[in-house]
Design a protein around this ligand. Structure first.
Ligand code: MTE
Ligand code: MO
Length: 326
């Protein structure tokens, strides 16, 4: 049963687990054509996300138009799984802790400071961010470096919209994202597992890629706190830790910034951290993954795809040795 029933009556089928890659890819582009064709006839398709747990969460609804160019055909991870199995170390290191502890996070008022190598530095409050560009629904896979993945209907817009607004100077070559670090709200900060605040970074051309999503919602609603409310990054071709949650600052830099996981273990976590089944983590293989929500004794692991299947980013890394720049 497809999770997404479109108002025009077209239900999109999901490819089965065992569909060979080529068939999957061609079917995917075929389905995209249907989606784009239908969109041409009646404007962008609206995906209504019908997940009982999401409805029951009572979170504020957030209207968004589906962007058919960014819809993976995998079945969406149930909301319950996506919001109770999280990595958000500011709330503790067990997967269940963010859901248990993030209730204390105050997401309004909230501001994001944009500074550094930009002609128009600014501090945007969350309402301005919500209005900065039309909100889109995009269904992305996200692959954690630990070997699991999820498929989530995010709401947001390309980070490039924000970047254009602040007008980077010619010297802006990198971006640094900083997460909130507030001892009163985040019990996980007491543990010295990472250097706080959590920082992440991107090269300018990566940040400008349309896939790079600034997200403010999921499953038709505002982000739940454990998922990085009120605003986070989603970089589906990179390991999950590159997608910083609950962002309070974005800094444009001349030089490559330090990143939290690279500071903690440089040998294990590089700056780029593109999903790559051919480059193992020093302590485990990255060749396969399990999809959260469909684990079972007999569930076969999925093959991890280069760039998590997002081949459109490959040109960003042309000529780079991806074993060296892991
Ligand atoms: N601030 C912050 N952002 C973070 C993390 C974190 O611990 N703190 N964990 C990262 C990791 S390891 C992953 S896999 C994703 C998980 O996102 P999800 O819980 O929404 O699936 O968030 C990333 N962003
Ligand atoms: Mo992760």
């Amino acid at each position: 049963m497809p999770l997404y029933r479109r108002p025009n009556g077209i239900d999109l089928p999901f490819p089965s687990e065992i569909t060979p890659r080529e068939v999957f890819e061609s079917r995917r582009s075929f389905m995209r054509q249907i989606a784009v064709g239908a969109a041409g006839a009646g404007g962008l398709l609206e995906l209504s996300t019908s997940d009982a747990w999401a409805q029951a969460s009572g979170a504020q609804k957030l209207a968004a138009k589906a962007n058919p160019a960014y819809v993976v055909m995998d079945k969406a991870t149930p909301y319950k799984d996506a919001t109770t199995y999280n990595n958000f170390y500011e709330f503790g290191t067990e997967k269940s802790y963010p859901a248990e502890n993030a209730g204390s996070l105050k997401t309004r008022p909230w501001t994001v400071a944009i500074e550094g190598e930009v002609k128009k530095p600014m501090t945007l409050d969350i309402d301005s961010l919500l209005k900065l560009a039309p909100l889109e629904e995009r269904i992305y896979r996200l692959r954690c470096v630990e070997g699991w993945s999820m498929v989530i209907p995010w709401i947001g817009y390309s980070l490039s919209a924000l970047i254009k607004k602040v007008e980077p100077t010619g010297s802006a070559k990198y971006l640094e994202f900083t997460t909130l670090a507030d001892n009163r709200q985040m019990p996980g900060l007491r543990a010295p597992v990472l250097e706080w605040p959590y920082v992440e970074g991107l090269r300018m051309d990566e940040a400008m890629h349309p896939l790079a999503l600034l997200s403010v919602g999921m499953y038709g609603q505002v982000l739940p706190n454990q998922s990085g409310a009120p605003v986070r990054m989603v970089l589906p071709w990179k390991y999950g830790f590159k997608s910083a949650k609950s962002i309070v600052k974005i800094r444009f830099l001349k030089d490559q910034p330090q990143t939290a996981w690279n500071i903690a273990a440089a040998r294990e976590y590089g700056f780029y951290s593109n999903v790559n089944p051919d480059v193992d983590h020093p302590r485990w293989s990255q060749a396969t993954e399990r999809r959260i929500g469909e684990d079972g004794f007999f569930t076969k692991k999925r093959k991890t795809l280069m760039f998590n299947g997002y081949n459109e980013v490959a040109s960003l890394y042309a000529g780079m040795d991806l074993k060296k720049y892991f």
